[in-house]
Design a protein around this ligand. Structure first.
Ligand code: FES
Length: 103
């Protein structure tokens, strides 16, 4: 179990929105899907687009640069799982969101 770092408050990310935070120099995109928080790497595997600024459609985020789609819960690229972005562990306690970027 990795070490968790407090990155945001639940109130910062209303359902259906996202926020980009830095954890140990890694940019992490946090998403609120119907009240549950998920964390994936912010950097699109195609050309580094900021996934945390992408449009959220269902459980998928669409990269704002060229439209690659990733499953928010897993980081899996919709068309090719070999191009997945990292997915990080999240904890929410007392309205505080913590993320671990280490396995
Ligand atoms: S950088 Fe994300 S689709 Fe091109």
């Amino acid at each position: 179990m990795g070490s968790f770092v407090h990155v945001a408050d639940l109130s910062d990310i209303p359902p259906g929105t996202a926020k980009v935070v830095a954890v140990q120099r890694i940019e992490v995109a946090l998403f609120n899907l119907e009240g549950s928080i998920y964390a994936i790497d912010n950097m699109c595997q195609h050309a580094g687009g900021p996934l945390g600024e992408g449009k959220i459609k269902g459980g998928v985020v669409i990269c704002p640069w060229h439209g690659y789609r990733y499953h928010i819960k897993t980081g899996q690229y919709v068309k090719n799982p070999d191009m997945s972005v990292a997915c990080y562990q999240v904890k929410v306690e007392d309205g505080k969101i913590s993320v671990s970027v280490t396995p």
